[in-house]
Design a binder for this molecule. Sequence first.
Ligand SMILES: Cc1ncc(COP(=O)(O)O)c(C=O)c1O
Length: 142
Amino acid sequence: MTYKIYLADPFIDDSEIDEVVSTLKSGWVSQGPKTREFEEKISDICGVKHTIAMCNGTATLHTALLAAGVKPNNNVICPSMSYISTSNSIIYCGAQPKFVDIDINTYNLDPKKVRKAIDEYVKINNYKCEILRNTRFAKIEK
Ligand SMILES: Cc1ncc(COP(=O)(O)O)c(C=O)c1O
């Protein structure tokens, strides 16, 4: 018996196809006016000053990790149910992915399980740990 399990069903309508065709015909295939327009719209939606369009999700995750200061040999917690680039982008930084389970209701990382994983890691290694308030970071020291 075979099953089809769709991970993500793309929704692309004619307006998106028309935009792609008009952009290709304009000759601007990298950082042209459409990219600028896209970045400005994302800035407006997110209420932020700056937006940088990236070529794909993997490059975006990799860049975000470097911007967050992830260094070689760091441990980075990530969801155990995700696309392979979640862990690949961590490995590209020379760091190690540490998988934590998701929340079955949101499909996002479960914050309680993240806390538990950090507590166990700290206890096993006899480290000091400070969860940095209002951030998604924990400072762990020997
Ligand atoms: C959760 C998640 N992260 C990252 C990516 C990577 O995106 P890209 O294929 O654009 O590199 C995907 C792609 O499907 C994804 O589903």
